[in-house]
Design a protein. Structure first.
Length: 126
């Protein structure tokens, strides 16, 4: 029996990570922390993220790479036991899955897909 994916993070892609980090810390009133759910290195960002924990859901700021990601892109971060199965269901429902799963530095895997509405989902293994 598979369990439902859980919302654990939002990936916000920004053009200037240092500037955005200062702004978000001032807005949210909490300091950055080490990521618990968000990828510590995103396959579509050249830098490690700045992460804010907002009560179980993290906001992860990532520097855009200018090719795959652009300023304003948002990824809805799900944690699931089987990212490939979620991506397959998404494809069957009309979403476009990015080819293959990618390995993260912490040993987990990430799969990314985009719905026809241009909503990006990042599914990370548990």
């Amino acid at each position: 029996m598979t369990t439902s994916p859980q919302l654990r993070f939002l990936s916000l892609f920004v053009p200037d990570l240092d500037d955005a980090a200062r702004r978000y810390e001032a807005i949210l009133g909490v300091p950055p922390k080490a990521p618990a759910s968000a990828p510590a290195r995103h396959p579509f960002s050249p830098r490690a993220p700045v992460v804010f924990d907002l009560g179980g859901v993290e906001i992860a700021l990532y520097q855009t790479d200018g090719t795959t990601t652009h300023a304003g892109d948002v990824g809805i971060g799900l944690v699931a036991g089987e990212p490939a199965a979620v991506a397959q269901r998404a494809s069957q429902a009309g979403a476009r899955a990015f080819p293959g799963l990618r390995a993260l530095a912490d040993g987990r895997q990430i799969g990314v897909f985009v719905t026809p509405d241009r909503h990006f989902f990042e599914v990370v293994s548990r």
